[in-house]
Design a protein around this ligand. Structure first.
Ligand code: PLP
Length: 381
């Protein structure tokens, strides 16, 4: 069944499954226990930290394992709320995932400054520098939040430039790398700011994620709970899950990410094919650099739930937008930030491929969309 919903979650990679099963048999003890078997798990846990330091960069001591990107985002925003001055402002990209937007709103409320975007949703770095980072402006911020790649549109943000500008200005920076890792090279992601991600977006298990600490974040120590993760995050560590996450990312880095150009070609071929098959369809953020796997399509007619259901019947799993938003009422905040009205947002179908998706799968999806178009076009029987 061609699965085109990888931005919601990916299947477990074979190598991650193997590592997970082995660790469940060999290294299931609590790393905080006082006996030798537990000490061995603790050593393996710290070796996993070294692995992430090699893949992403920076010191192993900066890596904290969490239950996912949502927990990691909450930890960073809570820490900023505790440690930044009471009147400090933060600048936030309006197309962030709710796991970032919600804690940002809860902790900073009207102390948020929304970053300017171009019409495709790419952040305007010059405006960020001018309005929020440089000089003595009233909107000068102490911290900036920007994702590496958008989950709904696939748009890539200039995170390296933003991290460098923050560093120069002495501002903190948080990069949500959830949709970047495993799809594009991980080295250096997020500069020396905070980085968050979830294993299940790149072939690892669900319920495991990571937080890379920024150098100035020593104060994250003191998180309430047990003293695990060198005092940064309480709670018994899931070593098998963490080991599987490391295996999944290493697998993607070593065997997959260099295939990007070929896969980008397949995505572009699909966009052309859908354009011919469904006249009037629009690719959201068409002009921007986007992930090789993601296409958000504004269909010319019929609500996206009808497209999803009819494609599902034909064996294609696609989405209406981010999985976490589909159960909730109201339009996607990403599409609203791009200027789409509520009626248009309800016609957006998100397609997100994986490494195992073939060129033939993309072609078959375009053909299935042509069939569905004929069924849901206004006036059709
Ligand atoms: N950030 C982005 C860009 C995402 O797409 C997601 C999941 O959809 C998350 C964060 C949250 O990940 P999790 O639900 O695993 O915490």
């Amino acid at each position: 069944m061609p699965y085109f919903d990888h931005n919601a979650t990916t299947p477990l990679a074979a190598v991650a499954r193997e590592v997970w099963l082995r660790a469940q048999d060999e290294a299931w003890q609590n790393p905080s226990s006082p006996h030798r078997a537990a000490a061995q798990v603790k050593i393996r846990l710290d070796a996993a930290r070294e692995k992430f330091a090699i893949l992403l960069g920076d010191d192993a001591g900066r890596y904290v394992f969490t239950s996912g990107a949502t927990e990691a985002a909450n930890l960073v925003l809570a820490w900023w709320a505790r440690t930044l001055p009471a009147d400090a402002l933060i600048a936030v990209n309006p197309t962030e995932h709710p796991c970032v937007l919600e804690p940002a709103r809860a902790f900073f409320g009207d102390r948020i400054r929304w970053l300017a975007l171009d019409s495709t949703g790419v952040l305007d770095v010059a405006a960020l520098k001018k309005c929020h980072l440089i000089g003595d402006t009233k909107d000068r911020v102490a911290a900036v939040v920007v994702m590496a790649a958008n989950n709904e549109t696939g748009v890539l943000q200039p995170w390296a430039e933003i991290a460098a500008a923050c560093r120069e200005a002495g501002a903190a920076c948080l990069c949500d790398a959830s949709q970047w890792l495993g799809k594009l090279p991980a080295g250096g992601i997020g500069g020396d700011g905070f980085v968050i991600a979830s294993a299940h977006k790149f072939g690892g298990p669900k319920g495991v994620g990571l937080l890379k600490l920024a150098p100035q974040s020593e104060g994250l120590r003191g998180q309430l709970g047990g003293g695990q993760e060198h005092g940064h995050r309480g709670g018994t560590e899931d070593f098998p899950g963490i080991a599987a996450m490391g295996a999944a990312l290493a697998d993607a880095e070593q065997k997959k990410v260099f295939l990007e150009t070929e896969r980008l070609g397949w995505r572009e071929e699909f966009e052309r094919a859908v354009g011919l098959a469904v006249p009037g369809v629009r690719v959201v953020a068409a002009g921007a650099d986007r992930l090789w796997n993601t296409v958000a399509l504004l269909m010319p007619f019929a609500e996206n739930t009808r497209w999803v259901a009819r494609l599902d019947k034909r064996g294609f799993q696609v989405s209406t937008g981010s999985a976490c938003a589909t159960g909730k009422a109201g339009p996607s905040r990403v599409l609203a930030a791009l200027g789409f009205d509520a009626a248009e947002a309800k016609r957006v179908v998100r397609v997100s491929a994986g490494w195992e998706t073939t060129a033939a799968d993309w072609r078959a999806l375009a053909a299935a969309m042509a069939e569905v178009a004929a069924e849901v076009r206004p006036g059709s029987a």
